[in-house]
Write a protein that binds this ligand. Sequence first.
Ligand code: PGA
Length: 255
Amino acid sequence: MNRRYRKTIIAGNWKMNKTPAEAKALIEEMKPLLSKTKWCEMVLCVPFTDIQAAVKAAKGSKIAIGAENMHFEKSGAFTGEISADMLKELGVKYVIIGHPSAVSTSTRPTSLRQEGSGRSRERSAPDPVRRRVSDRARAGRYHGSYPQADQDRSAERAVEDIKKVVIAYEPIWAIGTGKTATTEQANEVCSAIRDCLREKYGARAARGITIQYGGSMNAKNASELLAQPDVDGGLIGGASLKSADFATIVEAANQ
Ligand code: PGA
C-alpha cells in the first residue's frame, strides 16, 4: 500500500451467495466490526438480487455496495443483463467487470482459456471477448460523468477516465483454491501493471491508481500481502462471507 498516493480498497465479492435476507443479516453483523476503519475503503459486491437489501442495510455505515457485473449498452434487447443506469439508481457505487467466474459468456472466457493452454489467459482470449470486457469497463467509466460514447476522446479525458478504475490482479489458480500468490509474486505483478499504466497514461495517473490483489486472500495472509508497496487492497471472495474474517482483513488494510 502507498496511502500517500492512492486509496486502499478492500472489496468483497460475494459471487452467487446470500439471499436478500441473508445479505441484510451479514451486513448488520459486519457494521459494528467495520465502524472504526481509518483510511481503508470498504465495498461489498453482491448479487443483483441483493442490491436493494444491501444498500438499505449498509446505510449510515462506510460500506459501499457494488455489483458483480454489468452490460456495456445503455439499454436494449439483452435478456438477463443489467445496465449502468439500473445499478446507479439503486445506489451502486462500484461494479466488477470481467471477473473470470462471471456467468455471462461475454466476460467469462478470460478464465476459460487458460487451463492447459500454456499461454496466458489474456493472450488466449479471443478478440471479441476482450473487446466486450473493455466495452463494459468503458461503460462503467463513462457512466455518470461521461455518458457519451467515446468519440472525440482527448488524451486528457482518457487519463481522467482511467483514474476512476480500480484494477484487480487475480491469478486464476488462486481464486477459491486456498492457494495464494506469494507476497513477492503479488507485488511484482501489481507493479508490472502499474508500469503499463505509466507508459500509457503517464506517471501521475499510474501513481494514483488502486491495484488490488485477489485470490484466496484471507484473515491470515492479508497483512503480509497488503504490506507490499504496490498492493493497494484486496478483492476477497470466500473470506468476505464471514464477518470476522472480512473485518480482520479491513483491519490489516488500516495498519
Ligand atoms: P477468493 O475469490 O478470495 O475466494 O479466492 C476471489 C475472487 O474471485 O474475487
